[in-house]
Design a protein around this ligand. Structure first.
Ligand SMILES: NC(=O)c1ccc[n+]([C@@H]2O[C@H](COP(=O)([O-])OP(=O)(O)OC[C@H]3O[C@@H](n4cnc5c(N)ncnc54)[C@H](OP(=O)(O)O)[C@@H]3O)[C@@H](O)[C@H]2O)c1
Length: 348
């Protein structure tokens, strides 16, 4: 089969190319081989491309990038028991190897695609929604009526987190993003307050949270930014609030970190990752997704009429020959939602 390779094993976006004669995956055990139609980009793909991601420590990860995909069931392993059949439209999460024509994954990580979802949208859902579910539910343990602050609200993960928090009954959702258009998108997805953190003429997110909560603060902060937000996060958290660290896009070292910021409010500082989780944990996330989110994706047009749908915003779809351009767009921070590549089989 063909897959996306990296010239020299690591490099910049221009090092990505379509490699021929890559070994085909095999459907052993409960694994299913899926013929990939589309795959989603994630920031860890950039880190792995640059050889800064410890994927070699993950037993099921190989050198081929990519953790989410959509496609058609092609071959079933001898121990498969679920209701997947050859030709079914599926999407799922993998430990790696989704930038390819075919992938083998456990049937427990696959999901049937709702009829009204296209391959491009479906490919961008697993990583973002599973991450949001674990941040909001499994780690954050958000309860209905709690208030939430979500940073990088227009990122793939941020958008999913806004929707998952809304679905879970958040009383008020604050989000931050870097342009007015991204803030508008956050509001459309369910944020009550969206703060453009680059607009210095408007109040900062900590001021908005303090003003709108009468100084109480928020119960949960889902943070993808890290360093530059730490002090304002601590100021924005309510007594016994939780700060869930999902990423540290601005940096990871905090100048002037003072434990009293935690002690004074009895704050919980939590962190989480998805790809390093074992299969049982990921299956748990999949099951929460199938139960709570998937039915609403299936009803998307109806929900859209009410202005409230669950789903991903696809920022741009690239033919996979232009995967390097897709990486460059993600590196430029200009995408508002998922970047997707479609695999070209040369069909007419
Ligand atoms: N822990 C986990 O399990 C897990 C799982 C998935 C992803 N992640 C991580 O979560 C992060 C987001 O991933 P994604 O795929 O959702 O990203 P994405 O869709 O590419 O969006 C990232 C956005 O974050 C904002 N951003 C970047 N640097 C920033 C900074 N220094 N300060 C403030 N905002 C910044 C930018 O938007 P603005 O215009 O708003 O600045 C950028 O467009 C990545 O670091 C990724 O590795 C973690």
């Amino acid at each position: 089969m063909r897959a996306v390779g990296i010239h020299g094993g690591r490099g910049n976006a221009d090092a990505l190319y379509i490699e021929d004669n890559v070994a085909d995956p095999v459907a052993t055990g409960d694994h299913i081989v899926v013929r990939i139609k589309a795959f989603g980009l994630n920031r860890m793909d950039i880190m792995q491309r640059e050889d800064r991601y410890p994927y070699k420590l993950l037993p099921e990860s190989g050198p081929i990038l990519g953790v989410e995909f959509s496609g058609l069931v092609e071959t079933l392993g001898p121990e498969c028991k679920a209701d997947f059949q050859v030709g079914h439209r599926v999407f799922g999460l993998a430990y790696g190897s989704a930038y390819a024509e075919r992938i083998a994954v456990s049937e427990r990580m696959l999901m049937h695609m709702p009829d009204d979802l296209d391959f491009e949208e479906a490919a961008g859902i697993p990583e973002t929604f599973f991450t949001a579910i674990q941040a909001v539910h499994l780690v954050g343990d958000m309860q209905p009526g709690q208030s939430v602050l979500i940073h990088a609200g227009a990122s793939g993960v941020g958008q999913a987190a806004i929707q998952v928090a809304r679905q879970a009954g958040a009383s008020v959702i604050f989000a931050t993003a870097g342009t007015d258009a991204k803030c508008q998108l956050c509001r459309q997805l369910g944020a009550d307050h969206a703060i453009n953190y680059k607009d210095t003429s408007t109040p900062d997110f900590a001021e908005v949270v303090a003003r709108e909560t009468n100084g109480r603060g928020v119960d949960i902060i889902i943070d993808l930014v890290g360093q530059s937000y730490w002090h304002r996060n601590a100021a924005s958290a309510a007594m016994e609030g939780k700060i869930v660290i999902v990423a540290a896009m601005s940096g990871s070292v905090i100048e002037g970190f003072d434990l009293r910021q935690l002690l004074n409010k009895r704050l919980s500082l939590l962190s989480t990752t998805l790809r390093t989780r074992d299969a049982a944990y990921q299956v748990r996330l999949r099951d929460v997704f199938v139960e709570q989110i998937l039915p609403h994706l299936a009803n998307k047009p109806a929900l859209k009429e009410n202005g409230r749908s669950l789903g991903v915003t696809v920022d741009e779809v690239f033919p996979w020959q232009r995967v390097g351009d897709a990486h460059k767009k993600m590196e430029s921070n200009t995408n508002a939602g998922k970047l997707i590549c479609v695999v070209d089989y040369g069909e007419v």
